[in-house]
Write a protein that binds this ligand. Structure first.
Ligand code: HEM
Length: 242
């Protein structure tokens, strides 16, 4: 018997955080590019205005990051569970998901991972989001704060290797964020339709794909999309059941 369900995947605080963060990061990248290459890039009216907008966007990202952390850690207490890959994710899940993105997707096969509110991310998303939210964003913010306050934070800057090192680090971290953003937006369009994954980030709700009735064990295993549904995955190790 086939059924069609909707699941509430993205609560309002996550959606507010996500889009204000995306807006802030994109603004930071555009203004940052003008600050770094003022002769070639003139998106904003002047160098000074690019710096002012850059600082405001930095503040938006810092506030939305705090909202994100507070919501997942204090309100939901699901930060570790959602964002930290399991041993099984690292051993087999990453390879399986990579095989899907690089190969099976182009043959029209469905993703081997099935999102649920308790386990929203596939192993590749978990690893990428962990690196972005726990390393890239905090470090780019930290180096930015040092660059914004060179005189008062002079001692800290000298202890970290000097202004040139901090500046180079800030630039390289920002380039990594840009690389993440391009990959993230591309992968976000690989649902059943190009907007299938983006819609839940706007409305909160995801339409579950039509599928045969699941066994009781499968239905109670969060985030587990049985590999046996897809014979082409059978060569890859199956996800361990709890
Ligand atoms: C126009 C830009 C962006 C688009 C279209 C976009 C799209 C999406 C979509 C569709 C999702 C839900 C599917 C999924 O979990 O992968 C998502 C989640 C996520 N995005 Fe983005 N994104 C954008 C920018 C960003 C930026 C700039 C960052 C961070 C620097 C970011 C970080 C994340 C994170 C951490 C999640 C998981 C959120 C959660 O459910 O806890 N995104 N994004």
């Amino acid at each position: 018997m086939s059924e069609r369900k909707r699941i509430y995947l993205q609560p309002i605080p996550v959606r507010i955080w996500h889009w204000s963060n995306a807006f802030g990061i994109i603004t930071l990248i555009l203004t940052g590019a003008q600050i770094r290459f003022p002769e070639s890039i003139t998106i904003f009216p002047s160098y000074k205005s690019a710096i002012q907008v850059h600082n405001v966007a930095g503040l938006i990202v810092a506030v939305s990051f705090t909202l994100w952390f507070f919501y997942y850690k204090m309100v939901r207490n699901t930060l570790d569970k959602l964002y930290i890959p399991t041993e099984e994710d690292l051993k087999h899940g990453l390879a399986r998901q990579l095989a899907f993105y690089c190969f099976w997707y182009f043959l029209g096969k469905p993703s081997p991972y099935h999102a649920t509110p308790d386990s929203k991310f596939n192993p590749m998303q978990k690893s990428a989001y962990l690196a972005v939210m726990f390393v890239l964003v905090p470090l780019v913010a930290l180096t930015g704060i040092l660059l914004m306050n060179v005189t008062p934070l002079r001692v800290l800057i000298l202890m970290s290797g000097g202004i040139k090192i901090i500046d180079a680090l800030h630039f390289l971290l920002a380039c990594s964020l840009l690389a993440f953003l391009c990959t993230h937006v591309y992968l976000a369009t690989l649902g059943k339709t190009p907007l299938a994954y983006i819609k839940p980030m706007v409305t909160g709700w995801e339409d579950e794909p039509e599928h045969e009735e699941e066994s009781a064990e499968e239905a109670t295993t969060p985030g587990y999309r049985p590999v046996r549904h897809y014979p082409e995955y059978s060569g890859l190790p199956q996800e361990k059941r709890p």
